[in-house]
Design a protein around this ligand. Structure first.
Ligand SMILES: NC(=O)c1ccc[n+]([C@@H]2O[C@H](COP(=O)([O-])OP(=O)(O)OC[C@H]3O[C@@H](n4cnc5c(N)ncnc54)[C@H](OP(=O)(O)O)[C@@H]3O)[C@@H](O)[C@H]2O)c1
Length: 360
C-alpha cells in the first residue's frame, strides 16, 4: 500500500519563502499514469523564477507552488492502462508546474509516455539531471507538430536526421549550463561540426568530451568572440545557433554568430522583445525559436513519446551523457539554499540534486 500523505516543499504565496508541508496527500495515478516514489530531484532556474515572482505566474494553477521539474525514482503504482512499466522499476521523468507533477515531493504522478527506465550505468542522481534540460533542447529543434516552437530539424529517428547537418557549423552559447551540455550533445548526434561553444575555460576538457570542438572564453567581449568564428569554421556559415543562457547579450551574440538562413533557439520563452527589432529589420531571414520544454505542450507531445521511447538506450550507450551532479544535504529542506546559490550564480557546470526521501 502506498502511503496516503507525504512531505513536500512549497511556496505558500507569491514570493513567499519555501516551507515544508508534512501531510500533503499522495495522489492516485490516472489510468495512463504512474505514481513514482521520488528518490532524486534536480533544481532548475525556473524553480527560482516562479517562487520569487511577486504575482502568480500564468503557468501555475495556484499556491502553494511546489517546485521540481526533474525527477528519478521507483514506480510505486501503475494506472489501469499502463503496460510498459511495473511497480519497482527505476525510472527518470520530467516534473511539471502542476502540484501533482512537481518533484520537490516524495511521491509524484507522471504520464507513462514521459517515463524511461534508468539503465544500469546511471545513478538516480545522474538520471534526475536529464529530463528538463534535454527536453529544452529537443523541443527547440525537433518538435514539429502544430503548436511547436522549434527550428523543426528532422529528429535522429527521422529521414535525414543523422545526415542533413553533417559538417555544418553550430554555435552554442553557455555550453557549461545544464541545457548547454545537452545542446552540445544533440548537435554532435546530428553531425554538426565544428561545434563552437562559450563557457568559463575551466570546463574546456569536459565540454570537448561531450562533443564541442572549440570552447571560447565567455568573459571575452562579443566582438572578440565573433571575430574568431570565421577562422574556426574555415569560412563556413554557422547555420545553427543555440543560446542556452538567453540573457540580452547572449541572444545578440548568438544572433550575430548565425548566418542568414540559419536558425537560432533561445531558451527564454518570454523574451521576444530582445531580438524583435533585429528580426524585423532582417525580414525574418534568421529563424528564432523559443521553446517550452514541457512534453505536454501540444506541439511537443509526439516528440516526447518518441524521445522517451529511445532515452534508456541513448543513456545506456552514452549517446546522451547526464550532467555532473552535486547532492544537497537534508532532503527537501536543503533545496532553498541550493536555489539561493543558483540565483547568485554560484553554480558552475554541475546540476544540484536533492533526496526528497531524506527529509526529516
Ligand atoms: N524554455 C524552457 O522551457 C526552459 C527549460 C529549462 C531551462 N530554461 C532556461 O535555460 C537557461 C539555462 O538553464 P540551465 O538549467 O541550463 O542553467 P544553469 O545550468 O543553472 O546555468 C549555469 C551555467 O550558466 C553559465 N553561464 C551563465 N552566464 C553565462 C554567459 N553569459 N555565457 C555563458 N555561460 C554562462 C555558467 O557558466 P560558467 O560555469 O562558464 O561560468 C554556469 O555553468 C535558463 O535561463 C533557464 O531558465 C528554459
Amino acid at each position: 500500500m502506498s502511503p496516503t500523505t507525504q512531505k513536500i516543499l512549497g511556496s505558500p504565496a507569491p514570493a513567499a519563502p519555501w516551507k515544508i508541508y508534512d501531510d500533503w496527500p499522495v495522489p492516485a495515478p490516472g489510468q495512463k499514469d504512474v505514481l513514482i516514489k521520488v528518490i532524486a530531484a534536480a533544481l532548475n532556474p525556473a524553480d527560482v523564477g516562479i517562487q520569487s515572482a511577486t504575482t502568480q505566474p500564468p503557468m501555475i494553477q495556484g499556491y502553494p507552488f511546489i517546485g521540481g521539474l526533474d525527477g528519478a525514482g521507483i514506480i510505486e503504482e501503475v494506472g489501469a492502462e499502463v503496460t510498459s512499466f511495473a511497480k519497482g522499476d527505476k525510472v527518470l521523468f520530467p516534473g511539471g508546474f502542476e502540484q501533482n507533477r512537481a518533484t520537490f515531493k516524495q511521491y509524484t504522478v507522471v504520464p507513462a509516455t514521459n517515463v524511461a527506465k534508468i539503465p544500469e550505468n546511471l545513478s538516480f542522481e545522474q538520471a534526475a539531471s536529464v529530463p528538463l534540460c534535454l527536453a529544452t533542447v529537443a523541443t527547440g529543434i525537433w518538435a514539429h507538430e502544430p503548436g511547436a516552437k522549434s527550428l523543426e530539424f528532422p529528429a535522429p529517428w527521422e529521414e535525414e536526421g543523422l545526415t542533413k547537418f553533417n559538417g555544418k557549423a553550430a554555435f552554442i552559447s553557455g555550453g557549461s549550463s545544464s541545457v548547454g551540455q545537452y545542446a552540445i550533445q544533440l548537435a554532435k548526434l546530428q553531425g554538426f561540426s565544428p561545434i563552437i561553444t562559450t563557457s568559463s575555460l575551466k570546463h574546456t576538457d569536459y565540454l570537448k568530451s561531450l562533443g564541442a570542438t572549440h570552447v571560447l572564453d565567455r568573459s571575452l567581449p562579443p566582438a572578440k568572440l565573433l571575430a574568431q568564428l570565421p577562422e574556426l569554421t574555415a569560412g563556413q556559415p554557422i547555420v545553427y545557433a543555440y543560446d542556452a543562457i538567453s540573457a540580452a547579450e547572449t541572444q545578440h551574440l548568438a544572433y550575430d554568430a548565425l548566418a542568414p538562413g540559419g536558425g537560432l533557439v533561445v531558451t527564454h520563452p518570454f523574451s521576444v522583445e530582445i531580438l524583435a527589432e533585429r528580426e524585423e529589420r532582417d525580414g525574418g531571414s534568421k529563424k528564432v525559436a523559443r521553446p517550452y520544454a514541457s512534453l505536454q505542450w501540444p506541439g511537443n507531445v509526439r516528440l516526447g513519446e518518441e524521445l522517451y521511447a529511445r532515452l534508456t538506450e541513448w543513456l545506456e550507450k552514452g549517446i546522451v551523457v547526464p550532467n555532473r551532479v552535486e547532492v544537497l544535504p537534508n532532503g527537501l529542506a536543503g533545496i532553498p539554499e541550493g536555489l539561493e546559490r543558483m540565483k547568485n550564480n554560484q553554480v558552475s557546470g554541475v546540476k544540484l540534486i536533492a533526496h526528497p526521501q531524506e527529509t526529516v
